[in-house]
Design a protein. Sequence first.
Lengths: 221, 159
Amino acid sequence: MKQQILIAGGRTKAKSLALSLAQKGCSITILNKNADDCQYLAESTPCKVICADATKPYVLEDLSSSLFDSIITLCPRDADNLMICRLAKAVFPGTRTISLVSDLSKKKVFTRLGADRVICAASVIATMIENEAFLKTVTSQETDCQTGLHQMQIDLQGQDAAVGRTLEELSFPAQTIVGCILRQDELLIPAGSTRLLSGDSLVILMRGNCEPQLRTLLKGE
Amino acid sequence: MFHIHKKTLGVFVIGCSRLGSLLADTLYAQGRCVTVLDHDEEAFRKLSFSYGGMKQRLEATDLEELKQLDFRQADKVFVVTEDDCTNVLCALLLNTLYPSLHILVRLRDMSRQAVLEDTQIEVICPDLLCLQQCSSLITNHDRQSGFQRKERFFPGSRA
C-alpha cells in the first residue's frame, strides 16, 4: 500500500518535500493555515491541499479517518511543531511524527516531548562541517605519515552494479572499508547485512588508492 | 512590631499579557515576590504604576534562556502568554528542566488540554471558568424564579 504522509506547515519546504515524496510513490496530504500558501501549493504540487490550522485539535480529528504513516511538521515556529506532534500522538496513535526544529538546543528535548524524529538544519550543517574538518585532519595527518589513508565518496544511482546488494555480497578489495552511508538525510553506520539503495552516498576509507577497483565493483564502470 | 521574614519563594509570571499583568499586579499587592517575564519590554507598560516586582526580558521558548533563569527559587510559575502553542512548549521545557516545579498554564482552546494530560502541569481554561460562573448564575436564578429543570435525552447519547 502507498505510504500516507501528512505535511503540516511550510511553503517552499513543503512544496519540495511533497514533490520528492510524491515521486517516490507516497500519497501526500498538505495542511497549511495560510490561504495564499495553500493556493501556491495546490498549483505547484499534485497533492491534496487542505487550508486549516493544524494546531487546532478538531482539524486533525476531521482527518482521523485516514491512516497516516508519518506526519511531518515544517512550521517556522517550534511551538507550533510541538503542538502538532503532541496532538497527532493523541489523534493518530501509532503514527510517526517528524518535526523540524529551528533551535539546536531544543533538539534533544523535542524527542523526549513527543516528536519521534527531530531534524534541525543547523545541526545537520554543523555535523557536516565537523565531519569534513575531521576527515581533512585525518587525511592530512596520514599523508604526513606516508601511510596514505584516502577517503572517497561514491554516490549510487539507479542502475549501478551495487544497488540492491548487501555489503557482504560485494567483495570489497583488501584495505578498504565503508565508513558510513548517507541515505537521504540519515547517517548510517553499515553492517555486513546493510543493503545498498539507489541514492545512497558511500564514504569509503582505504589505504592506498583503490578508487578504480571500487568504481568497477560498485558502479560497474 | 518586626516580622521575621522567612525567605519567601517567588512567583514567576511568563507573558505580560492582560491576564499576566493583572496577575503580577495582584500577587505583588498581596506582598509576594513576583517576577514578570516577556519577550517584548513594551508589554510591561500594561503593569500598574504601583507594581514594584521584577521585570525581565525572556524568550519563553528558548531553552538556553530558561536555563539561565533560576527557577529553583520559584514556588509557582504561571505561563500565560497570548499563544497556546508557546505556552505548551514553554511549560514542557520548564517541566523537563525542573521536574518538581509547580507550573500552571493558560490554554485558550480547551480541546488542547489533551496535549498536557500525561504531565504534572496544571491547565487553566478561561472558557471553562466562565462556563462554571455562568451556570452557577443560572442555577441561582432558577432557584429564585422556581424554574423546573427537565433533563433532555438525545438518541444515541449515553448518560
